[in-house]
Write a protein that binds this ligand. Structure first.
Ligand SMILES: C[S@@+](CC[C@H](N)C(=O)[O-])C[C@H]1O[C@@H](n2cnc3c(N)ncnc32)[C@H](O)[C@@H]1O
Length: 277
């Protein structure tokens, strides 16, 4: 077992996947939902006041005064969808977590909001010229490998109406996390990863040439069960994000400092791209 752990804890090859599902795991998805709904935390969703500011800015990026159709990819429990939905705005939310989608549907029903929620992988969407705005919020685009990013971008391009916009955010090299590699561990009787007693070995590896980073969590539940969760991320400069987006035929791309439309500066920790078809 020790030898297996030593091997597992080594720097993984870029974009090596987790050995078990993360977002839709029965226990982890419950922990995630709690985090999404905690207004004091910014680990799974942004704080309510930031979401409110985002929503009014996002609506203004549409060429139409009132966008009639919005697609939110990785919508989680629907914090943006329910603020965006209105009498003349049809909102579609897609998320891989059954628990988040079930919660989002219940909330929409309670508030009599017409939102189409789908529990599926956003890499499998197949819409054609249906949306004025497509969103992917909280730096999720950058968790995908470069080949998956291009697949998703072309599906998003296809889903947009002419003149429609795709908005998403990513981290920049100023985000403090990317400055160091670390290893740590803890034990827990119950916790984020498992309901039962477990040990967590946490490795953080940086791949500076690829501007990539992984948080690798090795979870040892008992002598037989070891799960490895690898949360990948990539960070971008203005030049590298434009290079990536240049592979798709967007007519105009504007960059901002965050998803509320603040100006981008050399100190910005995030970068938000507004890509117009
Ligand atoms: C960091 S959370 C952000 C949620 C939401 N955008 C927000 O800001 O409140 C990422 C979300 O993306 C979802 N997700 C991750 N990978 C996905 C995929 N391949 N297809 C659909 N949803 C996915 C997760 O279930 C989770 O709800």
């Amino acid at each position: 077992m020790i030898e297996e752990l030593i091997t597992l804890a080594k720097r993984p090859p870029l974009f090596l996947e987790s050995t078990a599902p993360f977002w839709d795991d029965d226990h982890i998805s419950g922990q995630m939902l709690k985090t999404h709904l905690d207004p004091t935390e910014e680990k799974a969703s942004r704080k309510p006041e930031t979401i409110d500011a985002s929503v009014s800015w996002i609506k203004g990026t549409s060429i139409k005064e009132d966008p009639s159709s919005i697609l939110d990819l990785g919508c989680g429990p629907g914090l943006y969808c329910r603020r965006l939905a209105g009498k003349t705005t049809r909102v579609t939310g897609i998320d891989i977590s059954r628990r988040s989608i079930a919660y989002a549907r219940r909330e929409a029903e309670k508030a009599h909001l017409l939102i189409d929620y789908h529990n599926k992988d956003y890499l499998t969407i197949d819409f054609t010229q249906e949306f004025d705005i497509v969103l992917l919020i909280f730096c999720d685009f950058a968790v995908l490998s470069p080949s998956k990013q291009q697949i998703l971008l072309s599906k998003i391009y296809q889903a947009l109406k002419p003149g429609g916009v795709f908005l998403f955010d990513v981290y920049t090299p100023c985000f403090p996390k990317y400055r160091e590699e670390k290893n740590s561990w803890y034990t827990a009787l119950t916790g984020f990863w498992k309901e039962n007693p477990h040990i967590c070995l946490h490795n953080q590896y940086h791949y500076p040439q690829n501007r990539a980073f992984v948080d690798q969590y090795i979870i040892i539940e008992n002598n037989e069960n070891i799960d490895v969760y690898r949360i990948w991320d990539q960070y971008y400069t203005e030049t590298s994000i434009m290079e990536l987006l240049g592979k798709q035929p967007f007519k105009k791309i504007e960059l901002f400092g965050d998803i509320t439309g603040r100006e981008y500066t050399a100190e910005s920790e995030t970068l938000c791209a507004v890509c117009r078809k």
